[in-house]
Design a protein around this ligand. Structure first.
Ligand code: FE
Length: 133
C-alpha cells in the first residue's frame, strides 16, 4: 500500500524552494538542459523532492536528448500515477508522485526497450541518492 503525504500549499511553500513549489505543486516545467540530473550517469536512485519516496533508478535512465532526465520505467509501478493532461493545446500524460501527488513530468510513447516509454522528469522534482560503493 502506498503511503500518502498531504500538506497545504502554505506547508509546501515552507518546505520547498520557489522553483520546487512551481514545478511540484503547480505542474511547472524547468528549462530544458538546465536541470542538474539531465546528463548524470551515476548509479543510484532518484527520490521525490516533495516527500522522499523512491521513484526512479539509474538502471532505467537513458540519454533521450530531450533536455530532461529520462527513464524507461518507474522503480515500482505504483510509485507514480499517470493522468491525461490537455494543457498547452496538447494531449500528454502527466506523471505524478503517488505518495504526495507532486508533479514530476510527462511520459511519452517514444522510449527505448523494454517498455518503449520515456518518462521525461524535471530534475527539481528529484533528489539523487548515490548507490553505496
Ligand atoms: Fe512525492
Amino acid at each position: 500500500m502506498v503511503r500518502r503525504v498531504e500538506k497545504s500549499d502554505d506547508e509546501w511553500r515552507a518546505s520547498l524552494t520557489s522553483e520546487q513549489f512551481r514545478v511540484l505543486r503547480r505542474a511547472g516545467t524547468e528549462a530544458p538542459f538546465a536541470g542538474e540530473y539531465t546528463d548524470l550517469e551515476d548509479e543510484g536512485v532518484y527520490a521525490c523532492t516533495g516527500c522522499g519516496a523512491t521513484l526512479f533508478s539509474s538502471a532505467t535512465k537513458f540519454h533521450s536528448g530531450c533536455g530532461w532526465p529520462s527513464f524507461y520505467e518507474p522503480i515500482e509501478a505504483d510509485a507514480v500515477t499517470e493522468e491525461t493532461d490537455t494543457t498547452l493545446g496538447m494531449t500528454r500524460t502527466e506523471v505524478r508522485c503517488a505518495t504526495c501527488d507532486g508533479h514530476l513530468g510527462h511520459v511519452f510513447p517514444d522510449g527505448p526497450p523494454p517498455t518503449g516509454l520515456r518518462y521525461c522528469i524535471n530534475s527539481v522534482s528529484l533528489q539523487f541518492d548515490p548507490a553505496e560503493e
